[in-house]
Design a protein around this ligand. Structure first.
Ligand code: GDP
Ligand code: IMO
Ligand code: MG
Length: 424
């Protein structure tokens, strides 16, 4: 295996965790480099379902190091819950390590996220309310706490004297709500210092040195269309989700990245607000939602659904630097008579055609998809192991996608289980 970055190439929930879990078998080091507990990652193996929000999806293999890099934001309570749940499923966490440079999501971040959404009314983003935006805002504004701050009383006290009044100001003056005392926050920090301590890797520089020449798998969260620079801004998350961030958020360098696997569903889903040109509000959309069991892992919200969007797909392959495609959930189409792919957008106002993705998302409400329609295969694919054994029309659909994206489809997923995977 080459050093590989796995990224979502749509709006998240593409099945990144399944692909990461599979690739992790050949990796030595698996690192999450961005996002936080807004992520909901599911791995199915041996009839058991494992859910991850922060812990890298490679943790099911015993002999690997799984690292939460500096680019990740960590909500300590969610971390505690997640490791308790994994321990109850007999998952060995001895390879789990946390960068002391990762940023902490604090209780006031969660409050501010929810309150901001409420204040924005109909313009809300539809966030996961996990404090992601406020945490990354504080990080960039240089008023965040890092994991390492928990381990130095003097730093923590000094930092809180600066940080807390600013966050309390927002809570009190903007949202007219409860503020936090320094004592409350210090107690919180004391409690979660103990929970995090066994995992924090203060010797991370040696860790990076040790694994520099081994096999590294970078696990992305969210998807390129949710990237804060490249996505459907402002309806995005607050981190960079593209492969370019893998080095920045992990401690490895860009020269150590060989391959980028872009994970695409055979259709598209989106949770939360924001433009979605191929969204289906009809029976087909409902059928995809039901057959694909499209409910958010983190919030339980119904995912919006639509046909595969090759305009977006080509764009995310470009800015994400995708070198190989993993196409998931092909089985969801097993009994669809007709399947569509958007190959362009048309502006309803003047008929203008867009073959390249228009980055001004405010005009998306005027765009309609230009579809090509394909015959379905009307056969069960979930037990198929070889590409050549797939029904003819399924192979045609896959080949069409790689032709449109101009990137080869190398992995095809036909079910949630680790074994329901076709390599090409
Ligand atoms: P992630 O956030 O990209 O890791 O994706 P999620 O785990 O949030 O959502 C993907 C869902 O689809 C999970 O419930 C997976 O178990 C499931 N899944 C993954 N691949 C396939 C597939 O090929 N077919 C089917 N039917 N389900 C899949
Ligand atoms: P995984 O890693 C799907 C969406 C939210 C919202 C927007 C901003 O499982 O693919 P945030 O809480 O990040 O400020 O919300 O981003 N979102 C996701 N959608 N999958 C995810 O993660 C997501 N993480 C955030 O629904 O629209
Ligand atoms: Mg998910």
């Amino acid at each position: 295996m080459k050093n590989t970055v796995v990224i979502g190439a749509q709006w998240g929930d593409e099945g990144k965790a399944k692909i990461t879990d599979i690739l992790a078998e050949d990796a030595d080091f698996i690192v999450r480099f961005q996002g936080g507990c807004n992520a909901g990652h599911t791995v199915v193996y041996n009839n058991k379902t494992y859910k991850f929000h922060l812990v890298p999806s490679g943790i099911l293999y015993k002999d690997k190091v799984c690292f939460l890099g500096n680019g990740v934001v960590i909500h300590p309570e969610t971390f505690e819950k997640e490791i308790d749940e994994l321990k109850s499923q007999d998952v060995d966490l001895s390879g789990l390590k946390i960068s002391p440079l990762a940023t902490l999501t604090m209780p006031y971040h969660i409050d501010i996220d929810g309150l901001s959404e409420k204040a924005m009314k109909s313009s809300k983003i539809g966030t996961t309310k996990k404090g992601i935006g406020p945490t990354y805002s504080d990080k960039i504004a240089r008023i965040a706490l890092k994991v390492q701050d928990l381990f130095c009383d003097e730093t923590l006290e000094q930092r809180l004297d600066v940080i807390l009044p600013l966050n309390n100001f927002i809570l009190e003056k903007v949202h007219n709500t409860k503020t936090y005392t320094k004592e409350e926050v210090l107690n919180y920090c004391k409690k979660y210092k103990q929970i995090l301590e066994p995992y924090v890797c203060f010797d991370w520089q040696n860790l990076i040195r040790e694994f520099k020449n081994k096999k590294i798998l970078f696990e992305g969260a969210q998807g390129v269309m949710l990237d804060v620079d490249w996505g459907t801004y402002p309806y995005v998350t607050s981190s960079n989700t593209i492969s370019g961030y893998a080095a920045c958020g992990s401690g490895f360098s860009v020269s150590q990245i060989d391959d980028v696997i872009g994970v695409y569903k055979a259709y598209v889903t989106r949770v939360g607000e924001g433009p979605f040109v191929t969204e289906l509000l009809d029976k087909d959309g409902e059928t995809i939602q039901q057959k694909g069991n499209e409910f958010g892992t983190t919030t339980g919200r119904k995912r919006r659904t639509g046909w595969f969007d090759a305009v977006c797909g080509k764009y995310t392959a470009l800015v994400g630097g995708v070198t190989k495609v993993a196409l998931t959930k092909l089985d969801v189409f097993d009994d669809f008579e007709k399947i569509k792919i958007a190959i362009a957008y048309k502006d309803k106002r003047d008929g203008k055609l867009y073959k390249d993705y228009p980055t001004n998302t405010f005009i998306h409400k005027y765009l309609e998809p230009v579809y090509e329609t394909y015959d379905g295969w009307m056969k069960k694919t979930s037990d198929i192991k070889d590409f050549e054994d797939l029904p003819k029309n399924a192979k045609k659909y896959i080949k069409k996608i790689e032709e449109l994206l101009e990137v080869p489809v190398c992995i095809i997923s036909v079910g949630a289980d680790r074994t329901q995977t076709i390599y090409r």
